[in-house]
Design a protein around this ligand. Structure first.
Ligand code: NAP
Length: 552
């Protein structure tokens, strides 16, 4: 093809594009990206599988679902109007309030007019000649857009256990991540909950309040610590509002964007009494302080971690009356904080109640699901409802469920066999004009803080392309290689990366996810942002660009 023919092709194709950008997902990421791209004058369509906004907070409507970040540190920071007008009701708000918040933001900026609901994306293919993405929906519709932005979350592909007979169950069943809008009434019912991660723990402590009988099926226990939630009185909310600039500045400076951050002292640099007093203070404190604000070596030094684990084990033994049950609830295969710490409210006390039973699947594995309940190697448990709190195909799972194909028809899923490779978690070589918010190897933590950063970085990049008449960009393979090496370097020496969990790419219910992989960026968020800022300041040398006039 000659240069002139190439240009003509570009022009013809540009005329048939439905949108400048398609965003997949209307959660916190997709909503904010829509706001920013619309502000630039782009024609944008958000495709959302659900019937409402909120993403995680739309799907995970199980009883007890709530923030583990302080509410006021989690909300959007970009709009003074939103900060002025929205009052958080609790330090750690529950799902109904969070969903209301997402709807409030959607209403405020009239976002819904560019969001297509009940639109599940099944495929996205890049057309190299035309330099656009064709995005297909489950209902057969398809759209073309220059840019594709994934805002699909890192924990949004629920996974079920591979138990025999799962479809035989005659009672009601549900996964925590696909909770029905009409809710489930547990009153007077015999209920089984399978799984004791953050979702299971939140659900168990709530379901126990109304179920006639609750049987918790636990495989590996987690270290859970008190959330210490409470309502926020009006006058306190006014003080929080007045302090928002300092609060968000603090979140910009902390390692994982929480209001808590690592204590600069080492575990053995203080006396035994000081150490214990500090841990007591953290245990009595709110939220993730005990995980994110602990001694600096707690997650790197084995002895420090062992001591901290002993401290929390002691708390569990104090709180659970039956010593055998307490021992079952104390993790023996990993130290405190090396898996995601579920935050709890009277979780351990649930097991002191006569209508609650803990079954260890390590002692009696599940044989199968029967029409009336769950059969383990030891006995049959008849129940009316089974709740699967069995987690997600994390980080890459939501990408794998969409048939994403880049240059030459290569599939993203194939490219990521053996682990994801990205440039700053936002771009992938061979997949031009595709951008990921909260993609693999981007900074995580208190997610909206990282979301806002990612969204604005993408906005700035598209703004630059617009200004220079560029219609295509792609990460250079060598830049991806360098980022990959950096992410792996940052993962070294962390105890968390020696333990099986979604944070190390493990999900026993998903083929190919049985080997630990570096799926997360483990450096600090400020370091991540500094790297990304440098890319922009340096004129995006890590990216390749093409203008409408260059030959495809
Ligand atoms: P998860 O942490 O992956 O926990 C899944 C649970 O199900 C584990 O206890 C696991 O046992 C068990 N399980 C899975 N498959 C099983 C099988 N085949 N047989 C027996 N047990 C099985 O999932 P999650 O609780 O949904 O939480 C995932 C993440 O979502 C959290 O870590 C957190 O980042 C996020 N989350 C956030 C919030 C919040 O911010 N408020 C709330 C909930 C979740 P094993 O441990 O033995 O594999």
């Amino acid at each position: 093809m000659t240069a002139v023919q190439g240009t003509q092709t570009q022009r013809r194709e540009a005329e048939v594009l439905d949108f400048d950008a398609i965003i997949i997902g209307a959660g916190m990421s997709g909503m904010y990206q829509l706001y920013r791209l619309r502000e630039m004058g782009l024609r944008v369509r958000v495709l959302e599988a659900g019937t409402g906004v909120g993403g995680t907070w739309y799907w995970n409507r199980y009883p007890g679902a709530r923030f583990d970040s302080e509410s006021y540190s989690y909300g959007y920071s970009f709009s003074q109007d939103v900060l002025d007008e929205w009052d958080w009701g609790e330090c750690f708000s529950g799902q109904p309030e969070i969903e209301r918040y997402c709807n409030f933001v959607a209403d405020k900026f009239d976002l819904r007019r560019d969001i297509q609901f009940s639109a599940r994306v099944t495929a996205a293919h890049y057309d190299e000649a035309g330099r656009y993405w064709t995005v297909k929906l489950a209902d057969g519709a398809h759209y073309r857009a220059r840019f594709l932005i994934t805002a699909i979350g890192l924990l949004s592909a629920p996974t079920m256990p591979r138990f025999a007979g799962i479809d035989d169950f005659q009672g009601q069943w549900c996964h925590t991540g696909l909770w029905p809008k009409e809710g489930i009434d547990f009153a007077g019912k015999r209920v089984a909950v399978i799984g004791t991660g953050a979702s299971g723990v939140q659900a168990i402590q709530e379901i126990a309040k109304s179920a006639r009988q609750l049987i918790v099926f636990q495989r590996r226990p987690n270290w859970c610590t008190p959330l210490h939630n409470r309502p926020i009185p009006k006058d306190e909310m006014e003080r929080i509002r007045a302090g928002y600039p300092e609060l968000f500045q603090l979140c910009r400076e902390t390692a994982a964007c929480f209001i808590h951050t690592v204590d600069p002292r080492g575990t053995f640099e203080v006396t035994d009494e000081e150490r214990l007093a500090f841990w007591e203070e953290l245990y009595a404190g709110q939220g993730f302080g005990i995980w994110q604000g602990n001694f600096r070596d707690m997650l790197t030094d084995r002895e420090a971690n062992r001591l901290m684990s002993e401290f929390v084990a002691g708390k569990i033994r104090e709180r659970v009356k039956d010593p055998k049950v307490a021992e079952l609830l104390i993790p023996k295969d990993h130290g405190f904080g090396t898996r995601r710490v579920p935050q709890e409210t009277h979780y351990y006390e649930v097991y002191n109640q006569p209508h609650v039973k803990l079954v260890s699947m390590l002692e009696q594995p599940v044989d199968r699901i029967t029409p009336t309940g769950i059969r383990t190697s030891a006995q049959d448990y008849d129940v009316d409802v089974i709740i699967y709190a069995t987690g997600f195909d994390a980080v890459t799972g939501a990408f794998d469920r969409i048939d994403i194909r880049g240059d030459g028809g290569q599939r993203l899923k194939d490219k990521w066999t053996g682990g994801p490779r990205t440039f700053v978690g936002v771009m992938v070589d061979g997949f031009p004009n595709m951008f990921m918010i909260m993609g693999p190897h981007a900074a995580l933590g208190n997610n909206p803080r990282s979301i806002e950063y990612n969204v604005e970085w993408i906005r700035d990049l598209l703004g630059r392309m617009n200004a220079h008449d560029l219609i295509e960009t792609e990460a250079r393979p060598e830049a991806v290689g360098e980022w990959h090496a950096f992410v792996h370097e940052k993962a070294e020496g962390l105890l968390v990366n020696e333990i099986d969990s979604w944070m190390t790419g493990i999900n026993m219910n998903v083929d190919g996810k049985q080997t630990r992989t570096v799926v997360r960026y483990s450096g600090t968020a400020p370091e991540y942002r500094a790297k990304c800022d440098d890319v922009a300041a340096g004129g995006y040398r890590e990216l390749r660009f093409a203008s409408a006039n260059s030959v495809a």
